[in-house]
Design a protein around this ligand. Structure first.
Ligand code: ADP
Ligand code: MG
Length: 366
């Protein structure tokens, strides 16, 4: 398996559009690295540059200490799974999975062993003698993934491999991919725009926007300690609530004021705000839906004017407004409130985020 390194990598397409900008990243051996970001942010382009399917306009790509810029895709020893599976219709599942190995003249015994193992991991061992036409979409995608994992390349590259599957299959395949990663001890670079996949699969997540890395960190870090407002808003479902607030000093303490609401911040937060010169200025308050409670001290209270309630069984999502700001709040199923009512909610002031209005950087980033 392999480690990869990007040094100031840029990609400009022939039309002059630069879609990957100054990409710097070290990927360690055995990482399950996720590239995540909105559609068009440059994820596939980045993956295709690793595979050698796109030229690198400037900068360097290293694999295991060797410069790869000029190396042909075949000589990079990587395997790629695409969003749209391509199987040979006239070959059986077994033959499809074995195809790449046969081309590389791997001995038959070894081929049988690897195909058997991959089929077991992917739960397709009972389908080995079928033709692709006799498979469901989900089964075909498993075979496509199978024909990639039988190879033992330096790294696996996967571009939204689950995005054509229905929700249930996607959830199953997520678990299987995590197992594959563990069992093969493989380096995997995985592109998705699905934040659940990103959070559950990745040992590390790289969040991209407009061709620029926003943050690279563990799923937990990305979620708890986002570097900026884009990252904070991109991961989490429903997403973080954002509200413009004034930073003021009242009763010798620092508070956030908006629409007649007042929230006193904790000491760490007060220190950052004062030292950052935010007193008397506006910042963006960020609170995740789950960082509200149905009970708490009076000074953390806000009123949510409920527009809509979604009962999800284990929890209820209340959508509405706090003053003029839209908000979504996740509370326990025993909270009683209906659309049209105003519901007292309490912000967990140890979990709030604050963002600079101009730079959108997280003022509380550690
Ligand atoms: N071959 C190409 N020529 C010109 N522009 C391209 C080409 N491929 C992709 N793009 C553009 O590059 C940007 C990034 O695309 P892509 O890497 O596919 O994004 P993502 O995978 O994150 O959705 C998009 O604006 C897309 O339109
Ligand atoms: Mg893409």
């Amino acid at each position: 398996m392999a480690s990869l390194s990007f040094v100031n990598v840029c990609k400009t397409y022939k039309n002059g559009q630069t879609v990957v900008k100054d990409f710097n990243l070290d990927i360690k051996d055995r990482e399950f690295l996720i590239l995540v970001g909105p559609s068009g942010c440059g994820k596939s382009t980045t993956l295709r540059m690793i595979a050698g399917l796109e030229d690198i306009s400037s900068g360097e790509l290293w694999i295991d200490g060797q410069l790869m810029n000029m190396t042909s895709p075949q000589s990079r020893d990587l395997s790629m799974v695409f969003q749209f599976y391509a199987l040979y219709p006239h070959l059986s599942v077994r033959q499809n999975m074995a195809f790449g190995l046969k081309v590389h003249k791997v001995p038959k015994e070894e081929i049988d062993k690897r195909v058997g193992r991959a089929a077991k991991i992917l739960h397709i061992d009972h389908l080995l003698d079928r033709k692709p036409s006799a498979l469901s979409g989900g089964q075909k995608q498993r075979v496509a993934i199978g024909s990639v994992i039988v190879r033992q390349p330096k790294a696996y590259l996967m571009d939204e491999p689950l995005s054509n599957l229905d929700a249930k299959l996607r959830a199953q395949m997520r678990v299987e991919l995590a197992k594959i990663h563990r069992e093969l001890g493989a380096t995997i670079i995985y592109v998705t725009h699905d934040q659940v996949e990103a959070m559950t699969l990745g040992t590390r997540i790289v969040v991209m926007n407009s061709g620029v890395i926003q943050q690279a960190a563990s799923p937990n870090d990305i979620y708890q300690n986002p570097m900026n407002q884009f990252v904070a808003g991109f991961l989490g479902s429903p997403s973080m609530n954002f509200m413009p607030v004034w930073v003021e000093r009242r009763e010798e303490r620092i508070c956030l004021e908006f629409n007649k609401n007042r929230l006193f911040v904790n000491e760490i937060c007060a220190k950052r705000l004062v030292e950052g010169g935010y007193l008397g200025k506006r910042v963006t308050l960020g609170i995740r839906p789950e960082d509200f409670c149905e009970a708490g001290p009076e000074e953390q209270k806000l009123l949510l004017n409920v527009d809509l309630k979604e009962v999800l069984g284990a929890e209820i999502l209340f959508h509405g407004h706090i003053g003029r700001s839209e908000a979504c709040v996740r509370l326990s199923p025993n909270v009683k409130a209906e659309a049209g009512e105003s519901l007292p909610i309490y912000a967990d002031m140890d979990r709030i985020k604050l963002f600079d209005m101009d730079t959108e950087q997280n003022i509380l980033y550690i």
